[in-house]
Design a protein around this ligand. Structure first.
Ligand SMILES: CSCCC(=O)C(=O)COP(=O)(O)O
Ligand SMILES: [Zn+2]
Length: 227
């Protein structure tokens, strides 16, 4: 590879600077980042990402992943709050990505079609994950048709519930093993925590999120919770 003069003498600081400024000129990254910022604002407007909870990501065509920097308020994201990681979740610019990055990369690895992953900490999902054990069954709802590949209310989907775990690699492995054993899923809940869903694009993932939120809310009411 041809190196520009002096490139061999570039230090770590300059390398980081170059990576960050090259991000600024990356149109695909900027487009996805703007979509994630909008999605975060929408999720926050619905009360689904309180405090600094939740995280959002989108996959670029070269396999890198645009993801929220850890600890940022997802309803007030700025362009600098979106960063890049590689397919294994390693930071590409020295900043600290979401603490749950490996849950995102696990989904991208499992689903080559997935272009975006969203994670809300919504009241309905969090409540439902404590009311029900094992899995939530969604069936006979017209709104199921908002989910990719479903064209009738006469459908039954299982949304698994995993115990919460501060060890994210271990949790990611449990998700992977579940899918391996039970087949494809469209979303999963984490008990007392929130849920994950995804789609081909940020818009698709957001449609899944909104539909599942609605259905989770109804399910909590079916369990006698008056919200
Ligand atoms: C304050 S919420 C605790 C962490 C969490 O569950 C979450 O979704 C946000 O973590 P991140 O590192 O992505 O900001
Ligand atoms: Zn979380």
């Amino acid at each position: 590879m041809n190196r520009p003069a002096g490139a061999a003498r570039i230090g770590r600081f300059h390398l980081d600077f170059l990576r960050r400024t090259s991000i600024l000129h990356d149109t695909e990254f900027q487009t996805r980042a703007a979509e994630l910022i909008d999605a975060g604002r929408f999720m926050d407007s619905r009360g689904w990402v309180p405090a600094t909870s939740g995280n959002l990501s989108a996959r670029l065509s070269d396999g890198r992943i645009a993801i929220t920097v850890s600890g940022r308020p997802k309803g007030r994201l700025l362009p600098e709050d979106i960063m890049l990681v590689d397919a294994e979740g390693r930071s590409l610019d020295g900043r600290r990505p979401s603490a749950e990055t490996l849950l995102h990369t696990g989904i991208y690895r499992r689903y080559p079609d997935a272009g975006a992953v969203l994670h809300p900490h919504s009241p309905a999902a969090t409540l439902l994950s404590r009311l029900v054990a094992g899995e939530v069954i969604l069936e006979d709802y017209e709104l199921l048709k908002a989910l990719a590949g479903i064209d009738t209310h006469e459908t039954r989907i299982a949304v698994p519930i995993f115990p919460n775990d501060q060890n994210i690699p271990r949790l990611a492995l449990k998700v992977e093993e579940y899918i391996e054993m039970h087949g494809d899923i469209l979303a999963y809940l984490i008990a007392g925590h929130g849920f994950y869903t995804w789609g081909k694009s940020v818009a698709d993932a957001l449609r899944h999120l909104e539909a599942l939120e609605f259905l989770f809310d109804l399910e909590t009411r079916m369990h006698g919770v008056n919200r």
